[in-house]
Design a protein around this ligand. Sequence first.
Ligand SMILES: CC(C)(COP(=O)(O)OP(=O)(O)OC[C@H]1O[C@@H](n2cnc3c(N)ncnc32)[C@H](O)[C@@H]1OP(=O)(O)O)[C@@H](O)C(=O)NCCC(=O)NCCS
Length: 185
Amino acid sequence: MNKYIDITNVVLKTDRLTLRPWRESDLSDFYEYARVDGVGQMAGWTPHRDIEESKTILSHFIEGRHDFALEYQGKVIGSLGVKEYNEKNYPELAALQGRELGYTLSKDYWGRGLMPEAVKAVVDWLFNEQKLDFIIVGHFDWNGQSKRVAQKCGFQYVKTTEFETRYGTMETCLEYIQYNPERSE
Ligand SMILES: CC(C)(COP(=O)(O)OP(=O)(O)OC[C@H]1O[C@@H](n2cnc3c(N)ncnc32)[C@H](O)[C@@H]1OP(=O)(O)O)[C@@H](O)C(=O)NCCC(=O)NCCS
């Protein structure tokens, strides 16, 4: 089952990044990367058409309290959400507590290992502080970049599902899981 998560006042530091809750003042940084073609589509959403669309999504991030902003050298360059996983796909996990991670990085910063660094920090926090039993990540079958993040962060393939994108396609989604090494059986 999904565990309730609230990241209010949570700040995670890695070597290069600060992960912290989104703020209204992040709007222009958010729009700057979310408007770029070929980024959001890899995660199932379309590039933002205007700054108003970014403002709407940003308010969902702030109110939802489970999406981290990724700050790098004073600028927000991505997001990492501790989303609810689809419980219907995992009846075998009903007695355990978990969540699913979803992430996007500005295209200008791809290929520097920044997202694996952020994912590892959030996995550590979710396992050590929030005591989750498992964490899921998934990617569309054609998204090799996201697959590499899952591999680098120690996730193991678990199953294939179908996912309907915001732009109306059905995508095959490969899903991966990682269990808390400290979890009691
Ligand atoms: C997936 C994503 C978060 C990876 O972040 P990242 O910090 O660049 O991750 P890494 O630096 O570890 O790179 C991962 C892989 O991307 C590929 N890659 C790196 N730079 C790239 C570039 N400029 N263009 C295309 N692919 C690139 C490489 O295959 C790399 O794997 P490698 O390190 O084994 O060579 C980022 O590509 C992204 O935001 N993509 C769009 C949104 C998305 O796919 N989100 C996930 C949805 S499930």
